[in-house]
Design a protein around this ligand. Structure first.
Ligand code: BG6
Length: 608
């Protein structure tokens, strides 16, 4: 997602725009830019990198002076972060900033090029400036509606017309956009934080409404050109600025946990639009001759590989090794013809993972990447990149990126299984239908009843010193992420064991009241897990069972139970991650930890 702002009033627009963009950097920070009406027309300044890069550019080139302008901070989708791909984008008499994704931009772009238009960027947004200019023959709202009628996808737009220097225009569909009402000044913004310093009063622009702002009036028109301003509901923001950036959540981590229904949809659904035969075809043209996958990553990204290994080996029977990147790069790894190295990284900048990528490439081994940040180093240097489209993840402890990376590994498992004839198209469609349920089920385990239970359990255990997690197979892999979450945000010692392994070592640490999470989503292993749970109970351990619905029926060996919603058990770990993340979050809150910025940690470690 990106952030857009607009200002029309009596103050210097550039200052207001930059300040507003600073409040929206959580929506994306790959690049930024502003366009201001000066006495010599619209002047645009934009720069790759954080907002501070734009500020330095403005300092060097001079700040454009004027009282009307639009601004943008970018989370790259189409087109890598670069100066030329930064917004605003201009063509002819029109300048736009855009938040969203235009799915049919290539078709439109090719048609416009056919008819003589010249493009300078790789973005989908630039197409919009061309279209509005093409339709503009004096009526700006008509031109905007005509252009947006051609767009498929999502958009929130701020628009300037060269020959209308005292107004800004705004329109949206599926991307957020508000219009702020000030005194002798008015604003547009993707989100409330950008305008809170100036006004708390705003309209929400509905789909296919155009807002026209001058400094002393706002008019809103419907797609038929009727003015509907007096029908707009006036809202008053009661958030403080800090909580507004978090969308009303107390921490980015909780906000990102709650984003998972939509991030799971964005990670998975685009791969299914062309049925089984289309899965990952664009990103991975061929899987022929693959003998082994070597997944290399750090931290939680490595944990996704552990779960991915279970599923890929189960469905596709392709051997998968999972390596810690900092070990891989110094281990003189054995890599052979038929191996593919898969680097998994949210940031795409983790030094150890990037080094592992380069080592594999030096050995002539194909490298795929599963990444969140578009245009990041790992994304650019891999031979094939699969983006997870989770949007900016601000909290240091990953949540939505973890589940989206895992989901992409499941999608890859379907593709490999299909290509190797391990499953047929019908079976693949069944699995695809299971994965299409993930967003709804993610919403379910974030429902009030579940949240109250996570809070109760976190509160009950908040002063414990040690926490144990056990599981088998996929549940053990999920448990490894669980221990990472609990440790990194709540600073509580936590260890995960393959359930059958506990008795070979650390069961000596299980004493009266020691809390232990047992993860049981796999019915074929549940009886074995039950035996391990009883071993812990016999020593006074306090069991929280996270289980597939029904498996705990008639059993009495647990103290607390969280049942996951109905879903083919193969996919349950993806959903099971969410209760564990949320439990870890509340444990950290109750222990007074700095949830979004845990001590000693960094979001992406770009040094060794
Ligand atoms: C750590 C983060 O620093 O790096 C983890 O705290 C993350 O959340 C790990 O999993 C790897 O980072 P990335 O960006 O390569 O996934």
């Amino acid at each position: 997602m990106c952030g857009i702002v607009g200002y029309v009033g009596e103050k210097q627009a550039a200052d207001i725009l930059i300040e507003g963009l600073k409040k929206l950097e959580y929506r994306g920070y790959d690049s930024s830019g502003i366009a201001v009406f000066t006495k010599n027309g619209v002047v645009t300044e934009k720069s790759k990198g954080r907002l501070s890069m734009l500020e330095s550019k403005l300092e060097k080139n001079g700040v454009p002076e004027g009282n009307v302008g639009i601004g943008h901070t970018r989370w790259a989708t189409h087109g890598e972060p670069s100066d030329v791909n930064s917004h605003p984008h201009s063509y002819g008499r029109v300048t736009v900033v855009h938040n969203g994704i235009i799915e049919n931009y290539l078709t439109l772009k090719n048609a416009l090029i056919e008819s003589g238009d010249v493009f300078v960027s790789e973005t989908d947004t630039e197409v919009i400036s061309h279209l509005i200019d093409r339709y503009y023959s004096g009526n700006p709202t008509e031109a905007i509606f005509a252009a947006t009628a051609r767009l498929e996808g999502s958009y929130a737009l701020g628009v300037l017309f060269d020959d209308i220097p005292d107004r800004i225009f705004a329109v949206r569909k599926d991307s957020p956009l508000i219009v702020g009402l000030g005194k002798d000044e008015n604003f547009i913004a993707s989100d409330i934080p950008a305008i809170l310093a100036h006004t708390r009063n705003y309209y929400i622009i509905e789909a296919d409404e155009v807002a026209v702002l001058s400094k002393d009036e706002i008019r809103v028109y419907d797609v038929f050109g009727n003015e509907i301003t007096d029908r707009k509901k006036l809202y008053t923001a009661d958030w403080d600025i800090e909580s507004a950036e978090k969308g009303g959540f107390p921490h980015f981590m909780l906000k990102e946990i709650f984003e998972q229904p939509s991030t799971l949809e964005r990670a998975v659904f685009p791969h299914f639009v062309n049925g089984p035969e289309g899965i990952l075809k664009e990103q991975i043209p061929s899987t022929d001759n693959i003998k082994r996958l070597v997944i290399v990553a750090c931290g939680s990204a490595m944990n996704t590989g552990m779960l991915g290994k279970c599923v890929i080996e189960k469905l596709a029977r392709v051997p998968v090794d999972v390596c810690i990147a900092s070990e891989f790069r110094y281990s003189d790894p054995i890599l052979n013809e038929g191996d593919v190295v898969i680097i998994i990284s949210q940031s795409g900048e983790t030094a150890d993972s990037l080094a592992a990528l380069r080592l594999a490439k030096e050995r002539g081994i194909p490298v795929w990447a599963i990444v969140n940040v578009v245009g990041s180093s790992i994304a650019r240097e891999a031979d094939n990149t699969i983006y997870i489209w989770a949007g900016p993840e601000i909290a240091v402890a990953t949540t939505k990126a973890y589940t989206s990376q895992v989901a992409v590994l499941y999608v890859l498992a379907l593709r490999l299984a299909l290509d190797r004839g391990r499953i047929d198209a019908d079976r693949c469609r069944y699995y695809m239908d299971c994965m299409k349920k993930l967003p709804e089920l993610a919403k379910q385990v974030l429902g009030d009843g579940y949240i109250k239970e996570y809070q109760r359990l976190a509160s009950y255990n908040r002063n414990k010193h040690d926490y144990f997690i056990i599981g088998r197979g996929r549940d053990y892999a999920l448990g490894c992420e669980g221990q990472m979450k609990i440790k990194e945000v709540s600073y509580m010692h936590c260890e995960t064991y393959a359930a059958g392994e506990l008795k070979h070592g650390t069961i000596s640490l299980i004493t009266e009241g020691v809390p232990c999470l047992a993860i049981g989503t796999d019915s074929t292993l549940f009886d074995k897990l039950a035996g391990n749970i009883k071993e812990i109970k016999a020593r006074g351990g306090h069991i929280l069972l996270l289980a597939k619905k029904g498996l705990a029926e008639g059993r009495d060996f647990y103290d607390d139970l969280i049942e996951l919603p109905e879903l083919d058990e193969l996919f349950l770990p993806i959903i099971g991650a969410i209760p564990i993340q949320t439990y870890a979050y509340y444990t950290a809150v109750y222990r007074g930890c700095d949830v979004d910025k845990p001590r000693n940690l960094a979001k992406s470690v770009t040094v060794e």
